[in-house]
Design a binder for this molecule. Sequence first.
Ligand code: ATP
Ligand code: MG
Length: 284
Amino acid sequence: MDRVETEANIEKLAKMAADKKSSATVITIASGKGGVGKTNISANLAICLSAMGKKVVVFDADIGLANLDVIMGVNAKYNLSHFLKGRRSLDEVCTSTASGVDVICGIAGVDGIAEMDEFKRQRLMGELDILAGNYDVIIVDTAAGIGKTVMAFCQAADHTLLVTTPEPTAITDVYILIKAMTARGYQGRTSLLVNMADSADEGRKVYRQIAAAAEQFLNVHLNNAGILTRDSHVGAAVRKREPLVLAYPKCSATQSLLTVAARLSKTPVARDEGFFRKVVNWFF
Ligand SMILES: Nc1ncnc2c1ncn2[C@@H]1O[C@H](COP(=O)(O)OP(=O)(O)OP(=O)(O)O)[C@@H](O)[C@H]1O
Ligand SMILES: [Mg+2]
């Protein structure tokens, strides 16, 4: 290779590196136990990050029990099933909302991702990677449990935000999830958000307890994403079908979510390859 060729290749590499930086940071929200607040946190964090100037899309990966649309107050014309059936492009499925956040609504019912063949899966992941180029942040709201789809989205994230409540069952399940991620060689950043605590003090105790166990037994550093205390405004906003942070901008849960979003937006992440292409290898 002569000098001109070498310089041209260096230029190409520099361009590739710059292109990678422009791709979205992927934050996967997961929990182990169900009903701990993942979907409410995904939707509202997305809006807080958008208010902080980030271009955000939320992807509903809770296949079969998708309900992000209800919590975001979105009446989407299309969802993931239209894309999978080849009737719409992912871009068309992506719905803009008044809050400035875009939403990819999931599939509620049996018409789930398990039906996807290899071709459809590749098509979805390819299009998600293209879409990632248009955003600063992609938030992935996952299903409860440690199924393959959840593990795939955790595994491929730049940042996994784990949610627990102070209940012993939620604590055990989140620990099992961290263990499963570690066993699969997860390399990204991991943070813990304690939700529905009776007090900030109780939340901090739960964080310290899980962080200490993760450090001691799994050699995993767990960042403290923040504490959300129990707040009746969360349920009230869901009943109104309006996002909490817009319906009740002054309530304590909104204040805490803004703090969590500020922490997340300042977190540097090291990216390596296309997020969704990595995910392909983890399905099934
Ligand atoms: N901080 C909070 N204070 C009071 N209620 C809350 C709080 N956070 C969440 N909730 C309530 O907890 C319930 C579960 O919330 P959500 O659907 O977001 O959980 P999830 O983890 O996404 O559940 P699933 O595992 O079924 O997807 C809802 O009724 C919601 O209103
Ligand atoms: Mg949910």
